[in-house]
Write a protein that binds this ligand. Structure first.
Ligand SMILES: [Zn+2]
Ligand SMILES: [Zn+2]
Length: 345
């Protein structure tokens, strides 16, 4: 089969490799769509994967073409999406369904071979069949959609709440759609790239602020009752971390979701106002997929299936796997505007 294999940092090669063997509790998934996550860029270009050689890719969907002999709950030809986190199943966090805290996890696309390949081996417990109306490209977004939902559910939204979202990449737009689904009355989207704000406007979000041209804190406070109920940092920018703390009103909530890039300095005035406003700050990590524990994955698929949450307008580039280096080059060197870049098979 064809795969994009990372041999060392910045050395991604498209090559012919053996189609993976599967174990008794695995299925073989024929990949149909695989998104390049923002985290794949530093993974391939800066830090490397957990081991080499390795096939990256953790946001993908496809069809089952083969199943192991212990797999009884599936026919073996289902359309599926794949949860990349493989918990150990045998620690205090796994016992309570808090897989994201498992210290001995495996991860498809960073520790084990992932979805930038024609086929990949997946443990059956990491397979989620797609509802009727979810196509492969949409389903390849289930991971970021679930991550966004998890972050929002950490803090919670009440009907009528006002929400500010910093960072309007795919995750920001998905967060805004969740906020709308959950009943937010006003949703402010903040970014410094005009094309991203245009995508937000196309989605029907009218309160878009370009932080290059105007002060988002001032603008948001002027257009609300002194601040928002919920603010979410999804840009990973040190500046946005500070601003996300500045915009909530008294007793407001802040969710830190973006992968921070660089140290953050919080001015004394801002920290003091956290106390005065009695804010609550939430960290969020990954998503839940244990069916009995606030499962973010099946709920994400449900809302995509009924058309309430749309992700395909976020796709700006579709590449064949043979063009893997072209795709990474585009994102790494920011050659042109992109949102979600994906491989289609
Ligand atoms: Zn991801
Ligand atoms: Zn565990």
């Amino acid at each position: 089969m064809k795969a994009a294999v990372l041999h060392k940092i910045k050395d991604l090669r498209v090559e012919e490799v053996d189609t993976p063997e599967i174990g008794d509790d695995d299925v073989l998934v024929k990949v149909r769509a695989a998104g390049i996550c923002g985290s794949d860029i530093p993974r391939v270009m800066i830090y490397g994967t957990y081991r080499f050689p390795l096939i990256p890719g953790h946001e993908f969907a496809g069809e089952i073409v083969k199943k192991g002999k212990n797999v009884r709950n599936l026919k073996g030809d289902e359309k599926v999406t794949v949860v990349p986190l493989i918990p150990c199943g045998n620690c205090k966090f796994c016992y309570t369904g808090e897989y994201a805290q498992c210290p001995n996890y495996d991860y498809i696309g960073s520790r084990s071979n992932g979805g930038f390949a024609q086929y990949t081996r997946v443990p059956v417990s990491n397979i989620i069949p797609l509802p009727e109306n979810v196509d492969y490209e949409s389903a390849s977004f289930t991971e970021p959609v679930a991550v966004a939902l998890h972050g929002i559910r950490r803090a919670g939204i009440q009907v009528g709440d006002t929400v500010a979202i910093f960072g309007v990449g795919p995750i920001g737009i998905i967060l805004a759609q969740w906020a709308r689904i959950l009943g937010a009355s006003k949703i402010f989207l903040v970014d410094i790239i005009e094309e991203k704000l245009k995508v937000a406007r196309d989605y029907g979000f009218s309160e878009c602020i370009n932080a290059k041209n105007e002060d988002p804190v001032k603008k948001i406070k002027e257009n609300t009752d002194g601040g928002v109920e919920l603010s979410i940092e999804s840009a990973g920018s040190p500046k946005a971390f500070v601003q996300s703390i500045e915009v909530p009103k008294a007793f407001g909530k802040v969710v830190f979701l973006g992968n921070i890039q660089g140290d953050v300095t919080f001015p004394e005035k801002v920290v003091s106002s956290i106390l005065r406003r009695q804010l609550t700050i939430y960290g969020t990590w990954n998503s839940n997929f244990a069916p009995a524990f606030k499962d973010d994955w099946r709920l994400s698929l449900h809302f995509m299936g009924i058309g309430a949450l749309k992700v395909t307008p976020l796709i700006t580039h579709r590449f064949k796997i043979e063009q893997a280096n072209e795709a990474f080059d585009l994102m790494w060197n920011k050659k042109e505007f992109f949102n979600k870049v994906m491989f289609v098979f």
